[in-house]
Design a protein. Structure first.
Length: 530
């Protein structure tokens, strides 16, 4: 009887162990790729992973959304570490579902995490891997079959915007949404070597299921941009083709559907995550899965891209780290204005389809495949000016001080007055766009001139040094320079200080001055709560 009892206990334990290691599947895998995950499904999936790998998975949150849903954060590693100061290993940050109608990244991150843990992926030992699988939970919970039916997901997908009707991928300069504020805070804590933002594209028609691009903002590292174009791009595209049978091209669109000559990018803009995090010094990437491919193929393409970046970073970590270090230590701010897209030296081939315009002028895409050899318009550059010294602005502009600190820019307070020759921009003309953007009347064009003038800067003014202590000084230049198209003031912030008279529509001086290095400022670093 005792033997039977012992055998029964052993059998129960074996069955329990077997049940605990049963294959863990995502919602698409469970439904033959007819459905996508809701927030609770994703949290449940990673909760189960955490129970199976308690030392290698931490399930946490970066904050809450506008509608007060938790934004899940998953940390992977051997071991998983809850804070960056616990390790000197580089961090890698993958974000998905920023546009909740674009769902492949959310599913690919679950599958990738599961497979990395089960197969002992070497990246787990070398990196702190951070996953934000549902960055826009408000949009994700509005899943409906009526949304984007061409994506072939029967239960539907979410919506592009968050609960505030804001496109989160246009908020990385003004930082007004709780979601983007939380993500930028996470980034500033971990300083990831690699950042990826997962999307779906429904633009030009072609056969390649994977398109992607890197942070191209000219205030970012030119060296990193060239390294990605010449080395990483070719390696990643070769890897996904060899190991996943997935063809990849740069993200873009034909300049003309019928007779294309160029493969064009969207403009380089700091308000977009890929350019923003690139300007902060990371290897920053935008993954765009081809919407007209079937759902399983889109997930596979995203998975392949993420895995390829992990593999590349494993084998090129020293080179990548050195490039980031050189960028963050370079002297001065290299500010570039009048930015335009140029073509790279080599043309690229896009496997497209023959298209034409019907009698009503509508674009018609046929099933006849046509290879297009085109100029790749992805090299963004402009006139460069070297800036050093300090930005200073009045102590009444506390809102600007707090916004800069949210970006991770160090802000100091002036402890005693100083008289110095200031570089001051005077506006001669400002025009505005015809329609509001996310609640802001945006400036369209700015004209003006610089002058040098001796000023006494009083105690209590704020100062932004542009020396080596300011690792995000390139970003500071891009959002504070008056002639920058990415400048914060162009959203209408502190416009009352730009227009000195309420009775005349005539702008005056820009309220942020440049001071030269070595002007004797006595400063105190401010914490975020001061």
């Amino acid at each position: 009887m005792k033997k039977i009892l012992v055998l029964s206990v052993i059998l129960i334990q074996v069955l329990a162990l077997a049940g605990n290691t049963a294959p863990l599947q995502t919602v698409p895998e469970q439904t033959d790729y007819k459905s996508t995950s809701r927030l609770k499904d994703v949290v449940s999936f990673f909760s189960e992973l955490q129970s199976r790998y308690p030392d290698q998975v931490i399930l946490s949150s970066i904050g809450t959304s506008f509608e007060e849903r938790n934004i899940p954060l998953v940390i992977l590693g051997k071991p998983a570490l809850a804070a960056p100061h616990q390790s000197d290993k580089p961090a890698i940050l993958f974000v998905a579902n920023i546009h909740a109608g674009e769902v492949e990244g959310k599913e690919a991150l679950q599958m990738l995490a599961r497979d990395m843990l089960a197969k002992h992926h070497p990246a787990l030992e070398r990196f702190n891997i951070l996953l934000v699988p549902v960055f826009n939970p408000d949009g994700n919970e509005k899943i409906d079959p009526a949304h984007r039916p061409y994506q072939q997901v029967e239960n539907g997908v979410g919506v592009r915007t968050n609960g505030l009707n804001m496109d989160l991928n246009r908020d990385f300069v003004k930082l007004e949404s709780p979601e983007v504020k939380a993500l930028v805070c996470l980034y500033n804590q971990w300083l990831p070597l690699v950042y990826v933002d997962c999307h779906t594209t429904n633009g030009s028609h072609h056969t390649e299921p994977l398109t992607w691009i890197w942070g191209r903002h000219p205030n970012g590292s030119v060296e990193i941009h060239r390294y990605i174009y010449k080395t990483l791009r070719l390696w990643v595209n070769s890897y996904v083709l060899k190991h996943y049978n997935i063809e990849a091209i740069p993200y873009g669109n034909f300049d003309d559907a019928t007779h294309p000559k160029q493969w064009r990018q969207f403009p380089s803009m700091l308000m977009v995550g890929v350019d923003y995090f690139g300007a902060k010094g990371s290897f920053s990437f935008l993954n765009e899965n081809y919407a007209y491919a079937d759902f399983p193929t889109r997930i596979k393409a995203c998975y392949a891209f993420l895995d390829s970046l992990l593999r590349f970073t494993l084998s090129h970590q020293n080179e990548m780290t050195e490039l980031v270090s050189r960028f963050r230590k370079q002297p001065d701010v290299e500010f570039r204005d009048h930015v335009k897209a140029k073509s790279f030296p080599d043309k690229i081939t896009i496997h497209g389809f023959r298209e034409y315009r019907d009698e009503k002028g509508h674009r018609v895409t046929t099933s006849e495949q046509m290879d297009r050899k085109l100029d790749f318009m992805g090299d963004f550059s402009g006139n460069m000016e070297k800036i050093n010294g300090f930005y200073v602005f009045p102590k009444g502009m506390k809102g600007l001080k707090e916004k800069l600190q949210q970006h991770g820019i160090l802000v100091y307070k002036l402890l005693s007055p100083v008289t110095a020759v200031c570089h001051i921009f005077h506006f001669s003309k400002i025009t505005y766009k015809n329609r509001p953007f996310q609640g802001h009347v945006m400036m369209k064009t700015v004209e003006g001139t610089w002058r040098s003038s001796e000023k006494t800067i009083p105690t209590g003014w704020y100062a932004i040094p542009l020396d080596h202590s300011q690792i995000f000084r390139q970003l500071a230049g891009a959002i504070l320079e008056p002639e920058s198209k990415d400048a914060l003031y162009r959203y209408g912030f502190w416009s009352t200080m730009i227009y000195p008279s309420e009775w005349r529509n005539v702008p005056g001086d820009y309220p942020i001055y440049r001071l030269p290095a070595g002007c004797g400022l006595k400063l105190r670093l401010l914490s975020n709560d001061q």
